[in-house]
Design a protein around this ligand. Structure first.
Ligand SMILES: [Zn+2]
Length: 157
């Protein structure tokens, strides 16, 4: 499935697809990023001392209407800087919503839907497009979006 590799390369050119399972509605892929070193988010020093690996479950944009779920094998590293307060840190990805379970590009698509229809209708649309979320999730996205007061959908209610 050629489109799949482009899909992930657009997300992060370092991503490697380890395995994929597909059914009629969902494409589930185990992916990882090959990196020999990690960079401490606090002191910014580079380390090659691996601590462990863990799995993150991430929703991404659909492929041909099918929901895409990533099992991202990410790493933890030891900070090698003795003066740093951080001993162990986890790998960061700039294409993931911080502390979230979806890619930024999926988050943006969901926000667009949230702002263009009622959240109940929007939830139906997300199901049809292969990126199912509840209307509560769409509401939360609206509340989390920073915007000038004059443009707020809650203004005047
Ligand atoms: Zn550090």
């Amino acid at each position: 499935m050629m489109v799949m590799y482009t899909h992930f390369a657009d997300l992060d050119s370092r991503l490697i697809v380890l395995s994929c399972i597909e059914d009629a509605n969902t494409l589930t892929c185990v992916v990882t990023v090959v990196s020999k070193t990690g960079r401490c988010p606090h002191c910014h020093s580079t380390t090659s001392q691996r601590h462990s690996a863990y799995m993150r479950v991430i929703d991404d944009l659909p492929i041909q209407g099918r929901r895409v779920q990533l099992y991202l094998k990410a790493r933890k590293w030891f900070c090698s800087n003795a003066l740093c307060a951080t001993k162990v840190f986890t790998e960061r990805f700039d294409w993931l919503v911080p502390y979230g379970q979806r890619t930024i590009r999926l988050d943006e698509a969901l926000r667009t839907i949230a702002f263009s229809s009622s959240c109940v209708q929007g939830a139906t649309v997300t199901r049809q497009l292969g990126m199912p979320v509840s209307h509560d999730t769409l509401l939360r996205l609206i509340h989390k979006t920073e915007m000038p007061v004059s443009q707020s959908p809650f203004c005047g209610h």
